[in-house]
Design a protein around this ligand. Structure first.
Ligand code: C5P
Length: 408
């Protein structure tokens, strides 16, 4: 994905700098050339020697470095890159960038830069929430700087948690790939994806749900973004970070999901990976139902709207390619073929979610998947793969199909 790309990584001074070493490795694995600039604060956390060993290049640290200024200099350092990454981007580095300061090599490179910049902020949650940092982040976003993270979670300091953790190296890699994908095979397309379960309320504290993790749908949205598409991801409640560069629509129930999907149209491609609850409570109790007297409360169910079928059967504004998923525990292909016809969609991605599927950890909630792709032309059995690989392959298949349709 990153073959031949030249990336300049600016490492700022924070404990998250150790993750930047792994980031270098991940970027190199994908074929990128990585050149590293470190601030003096960064060198308290990781050494130029370690960064240089991983990047296979010398590491730049000094603004007034006679040797480097003669052969490279801070202007060329930034101009020769396709993209600049700042990870960790400290509050201090962000403040300097927002105000155009350039008193060390890292800030001078960032100021002299004409390429896209991706920041992976990392700092204490109070620093991230501080109005000064909020202003700087807003200014940088207005200047066209892109952000990945920070994520919420435990901090290195004991007892601290909140938004401020640096995005994980693989999230930063995904963000880099998405930024460099302009000109990718889905550039100019709008891809709509549903993901995750839905929650159907019974009363204000209880709901009906299922075991969907959203991993497959989120991976598809991320892969579409990497391929250059504009992506709207309509997601039920999940425990996953937002994929980089997608427009999120968070919903709870199937009815909310349908409304969000309809509001997001028109789209060129719609991929329905959500595990929508088939039924909801016929009526939602306005107050918490009480456990009194031993009588069990009756739970009457009613059917939810079928989002996939509704969109696939639209007369006007139907996406050109409508793709559904089928999770079956037996007769996977036959049931999925019948489902394709019944729902009116173009393709079905079918998987076996039975305990017999042989997928370690199971398909629901797990990281792998083994699917069949069912189209009007027939059935393709895809080999077992990670959900990320299934997503990549599906997006590549979509790009090829649209290209073929257009050249007909
Ligand atoms: O009918 P079944 O739930 O097996 O169909 C699965 C496919 O239909 C998935 O693509 C799912 O996202 C979609 N679906 C939907 N709305 C529903 C039920 C399923 O969009 N209410």
């Amino acid at each position: 994905m990153l073959q031949g790309k030249r990336l300049l990584l600016v490492i700022g001074g924070g404990i998250a700098a150790y993750k930047s070493l792994d980031l270098i490795r991940r970027l190199k694995e994908r074929g990128a050339a990585v050149r590293v600039v470190m601030t003096s604060a960064a060198q308290h956390f990781v050494t130029p020697l370690a960064a240089g060993a991983l990047s296979h290049d010398r590491v730049f640290t000094e603004l007034f470095d006679r040797e480097a200024e003669q052969d490279i200099g801070h202007i060329r350092l930034s101009r020769e890159a396709d993209l600049l990454i700042v990870a960790p981007a400290t509050a201090d580095l962000m403040a300097k960038m927002a105000h155009g300061l350039a008193d060390d090599l890292a800030s001078a490179v960032l100021l002299a830069n004409t390429r896209p910049i991706l920041l992976a902020p990392a700092m204490n949650p109070a620093m991230w929430a501080n109005p000064a940092t909020r202003r700087n982040a807003a200014q940088l976003a207005a200047d066209g700087v892109r952000f990945v993270g920070p994520n919420a979670g435990a901090m290195a300091e004991r007892g601290e948690d909140g938004a401020g953790r640096m995005a994980e190296p693989l999230e930063i890699v995904a963000a880099v790939e998405a930024l460099l994908a302009a000109g990718g095979p889905l550039t100019g397309r709008h891809v709509l994806v549903t993901s995750g379960p839905t929650h159907e309320p019974i009363d204000p504290v209880r709901y009906i749900a299922n075991r969907s993790s959203g991993k497959q749908g989120h991976a598809i949205a991320a892969a579409a973004a990497r391929a250059g598409a504009r992506v709207t991801l309509v997601s039920g409640p999940v425990n996953l970070p937002d994929p980089f560069g997608v427009e999120m629509r968070r919903v709870e129930s199937a009815r909310d999901m349908l409304a969000a999907v309809e509001a997001a149209l028109p789209a060129d491609i719609a991929i329905f990976a959500a595990a929508v609850a088939d039924w909801r409570a016929a009526s939602e109790a306005p107050e918490k139902m009480k456990k009194d007297g031993g009588a069990l409360p009756p739970l009457a169910l009613t059917e939810n709207p079928d989002i996939l079928a509704t969109i696939a059967h639209r007369q006007a504004g139907r996406p050109r390619l409508v793709i559904g998923f089928a999770a079956e525990t037996q007769n996977v292909v036959a049931y999925a073929q019948a489902k394709r016809a019944r729902k009116g969609c173009d393709w079905i991605v079918a998987n076996d979610v039975s305990a017999r599927s042989g997928i370690p950890g199971g398909v629901m909630g797990g990281d792998s998947n083994e699917v069949h792709l069912i189209t009007a032309e027939g059935v393709e059995a895809w080999p077992p793969a990670s959900k990320a690989e299934v997503a990549e392959r599906l997006i590549a298949r979509i790009a090829a199909a649209l290209g073929a349709k257009e050249s007909e």
